[in-house]
Design a protein around this ligand. Structure first.
Ligand code: TMP
Ligand code: ASP
Length: 235
């Protein structure tokens, strides 16, 4: 029986609790939703439950394809038991279609398909608004070594290949996504955090309907309905 003990950390969308086992944590998915570095805030009924289930499904798919992740098992509709990791202060972003900050910052129309897959690193730091950095900045900031960054990039691109194919089968275009990695006591680097419509851009393949957090960021319609559509398709 795994029970929550002490609240270790509370983020914008999740809470992390210790358990009786040193090397395990419980992640609790909240209904809270924020955008623009916490400037826009809301709470969406059932969002935590939907993301818990969507993330569980996608982490299991990735595990089945040989990706090592922190996920152990789902405890209930809001909680997961996961390995405790030291998280790299990096947001790892992969883009297949130009959207969001890349479209805005570089003046490229959203929806443009680039000839390559785009890999980005951001420094996970709210004070500096998660700035875009390169691998040399990351090493200089002591966030990871070159070897670790190399490994992380290769795994991130493999994750993209896997998710792109399985989502495409459900008529979902994987536009871009953000993932995080951490290291366990054995020094293994594992996929951490979550993969959900909060952390991905997912467009309907036929209509380009937004089925992700852009519904909230840009007031495009019901967040719950969009996330539910993703869950139903991947289930
Ligand atoms: P961006 O286009 O705003 O840089 O976002 C790229 C991807 O990263 C997109 O799928 C949304 C996700 N993302 C997060 O998960 N957390 C964040 O704080 C930000 C800014 C983006
Ligand atoms: N997660 C970030 C925030 O709250 C930004 C975003 O996803 O747009 O503020």
């Amino acid at each position: 029986m795994n029970e929550k003990l002490e609240l270790l950390y509370e983020g914008k969308a999740k809470k992390i609790y210790s358990t009786a086992e040193e090397d395990k944590i419980i992640i609790y998915y909240k209904d809270d939703l924020t955008a623009f570095n916490g400037v826009k805030k809301s709470s969406i009924q059932n969002k935590g439950k939907l993301n818990n289930e969507i993330s569980e499904i996608l982490f299991k798919v990735l595990e089945n394809h040989g990706i090592k992740t922190h996920f152990i098992r789902k405890i209930n509709n809001r909680e997961q038991l996961c390995q405790k990791l030291t998280i790299f202060k990096l947001e790892v972003i992969v883009r297949n279609v130009i959207a969001g900050s890349m479209a805005k910052n570089l003046g490229i129309p959203e929806g443009t398909i680039p000839p390559n897959v785009i890999y980005e690193l951001c420094y996970k730091n709210d004070e500096y608004k998660d700035p875009l950095i390169n691998e040399h900045h990351a090493v200089a900031l002591n966030l990871a070594t070159y070897k670790e960054l190399d490994y992380i990039m290769n795994v991130a691109l493999k994750i993209n290949d896997i998710l792109k194919i399985i989502l495409d089968k459900e008529s979902i275009r994987l536009v871009d996504f953000k993932i995080e990695f951490g290291k366990n006591e054995l020094g293994e680097i594992l996929l951490a955090d979550e993969i959900s419509p909060d952390t991905c851009r997912l467009w309907d393949k036929q209509t380009n309907e937004r089925l992700d957090k852009d519904c909230f960021r840009r007031d495009l319609g019901s967040v719950e309905e969009a996330y539910l559509k993703i869950l139903k398709r991947i289930k």
